[in-house]
Design a protein around this ligand. Sequence first.
Ligand SMILES: Cc1ncc(COP(=O)(O)O)c(C=O)c1O
Length: 386
Amino acid sequence: MVHLSERELELPDAVIAKLIKMAVEDKSIISLGPGEPDMNTFKPIIKYTKRFAKKCNHYSPPGGRLELKEGIIKKLKKDNKINAGVENIIVTSGSQEALLLAAACSCDVSEEIIVPSPSYMGYISAIELLNINPVLLELKRSNKFEVNPDELKKIIDKKRTKAIILNSPANPTGSIIRRNILEEIADIAVDNDVYIFSDEAYEKITYNKKFVSIGSLNGMHNHVVTLHSFSKTYAMCGYRLGYAVGPRKLIDAMTMSHVYSTIAAPTISQLVGAKALEIKQKYIDKMVETYRKRRDLIVRRLNEMDMDTIMPDGAFYAFSGIRNFDKKSSRFAANLLKNAKVAVVPGVEFGRYGEGNIRCSYATDIKLIEEAMYRIEKLLKHSKST
Ligand SMILES: Cc1ncc(COP(=O)(O)O)c(C=O)c1O
């Protein structure tokens, strides 16, 4: 008899996985689904991967390799204004694993973590896997999908809330949390003695607004776990490399638990990651400029079609309101897939407050974006006239 746990049975079928499968199988579909860069990783990174290929048959320490941690310390100081020592860092198999470890080591069963919604679909399910309760904080279009500190205060439970997840720049909305708002959130976290898990996976993919790490604010070193990733900045998703920076006690606990999850992040990825931190800024600038051109195009076209789309300040997603066409985002996305052959992600995938929207990724070639917009426009015009 094959038995599956209740926990597993309750996990949502990730629509995104189905979309990717369909888009791979049916070549006529243009996919605006992916949450990963379409570009290859930068040339020097490929060079280092080849160079280190013969040196990586051994495990690395569970907390991460020293040469990488030393690179991370320098990077955090320079880019994020965060002062950390090796004891404050754990290197993980992607930042998703860092989040899972941080949640597992800071919360007991039935305690609560506040999760903004709409937000990255990895949060709610990861938290529920640990039998921790996600409590959703609604992010509103009228507030440009930024966290509202007053609303955050209202849903904190003095006894049960142990952490608040923040994501800036955000997936799927592209919103960046301003410094003054971060300061208010920081005060709330300190007053209520809760952690902030600050997911900064898209820190380098920003367009106009200044990005600030909440971990750099005065007095926050004991309250913030900053989660960073190599996946987006260096287009290194497949290397599965990320890290967390936080209070020593929690990082120690996460390092102990790491031995029982993946033991250590892949050695080759860590060796390459240490070098990636040193690559010239021009590679990242060029990538961001490519995203910026696509962003400008896709946002203009979606708004022209009457899908309310705020110009994203970061990441590579356009998050569009579809209420002028349909109340249900999964039905709307299925219609686009079937009749326009364009794959998008229904907003409801990003938590219940994502309903009424779709996410279009612009980590896709600009010519394909143009064609996808043309197909969607044609379908919507046709539906209106019939
Ligand atoms: C906001 C956000 N955080 C974390 C992740 C996962 O990143 P990693 O590849 O480092 O596990 C993603 C992936 O799409 C994401 O969008």
